[in-house]
Each structure stands twice: as structure tokens, then as C-alpha cells.
Design a binder for this molecule. Structure first.
Ligand code: SF4
Length: 109
């Protein structure tokens, strides 16, 4: 309950700029920590919010930060820090770092 209250309060803060992706309608965040009474499912089983246009900021901005991202196993969002979301394409390995330039030789008079 405390976490839900904190999420409601911090929802007025900006979304972390490292967040990428989009909601894929898994509905997992609509069950934190209990199933929202406005959660519904369409014929295909995709989660639907029955008050979508009027949903509170904590729902609009979820996941606002990586710390509050409790649904990473199914969520379509991710954060640019090496953690991949289920729908993310595999990342290419980072190019090898160039060898550091040799220190210029200092000639002491
Ligand atoms: S957990 Fe992520 S993908 Fe699933 S409904 Fe919530 S925001 Fe959308």
C-alpha cells in the first residue's frame, strides 16, 4: 500500500528520459498490487482500461522510473541501461573501444 501511495505522489514528476518502448497491453501494471476494478480484456485477451481517457497520472506514466518498473518480465517498455524488455530486438555488441592514444613523450630540458 505504501508503494502504491508513493507511486501516486511521484506520478507528478517527469518520466525518466531513458525509458523507451511502448505499452503492449499486457495488463501487469493494472494488478499492482491488486487488480484494478477498471481493468477489462478485449476478445483477444489484451488488457483494456475502461477509463483510459481519464486514467490517473500514475497509470499514464507507468513505468515512470526503472525503480518502479515492477513488471519488466512482460512490459513493453524498457530503460536504456542494458536491461532488455521482452519485445526488444537483441542488441548488437558494442564496438571494441579504440586503444588509448599513446602518451606524448615529454622531453625534459
Ligand atoms: S506492464 Fe507495461 S506493457 Fe503491460 S500494461 Fe503496463 S505499461 Fe503496458
Amino acid at each position: 500500500m505504501l508503494k502504491k501511495l508513493m507511486r501516486a505522489i511521484t506520478a507528478f514528476l517527469p518520466v525518466d528520459k531513458r525509458r523507451t518502448g511502448a505499452c503492449i497491453g499486457c495488463g501487469a501494471c493494472c494488478k499492482l498490487p491488486y487488480t484494478c476494478p477498471f481493468l477489462s480484456h478485449d476478445a483477444s485477451g489484451e488488457a483494456r482500461c475502461t477509463i483510459y481517457r481519464f486514467r490517473p497520472p500514475s497509470c499514464r506514466k507507468y513505468p515512470r522510473t526503472e525503480r518502479e518498473w515492477l513488471t519488466r518480465a512482460t512490459c513493453g517498455f524498457s530503460f536504456n541501461n542494458g536491461h532488455a524488455a521482452p519485445g526488444d530486438a537483441p542488441q548488437a555488441p558494442a564496438p571494441a573501444a579504440a586503444a588509448p592514444a599513446a602518451e606524448p613523450v615529454k622531453h625534459v630540458p
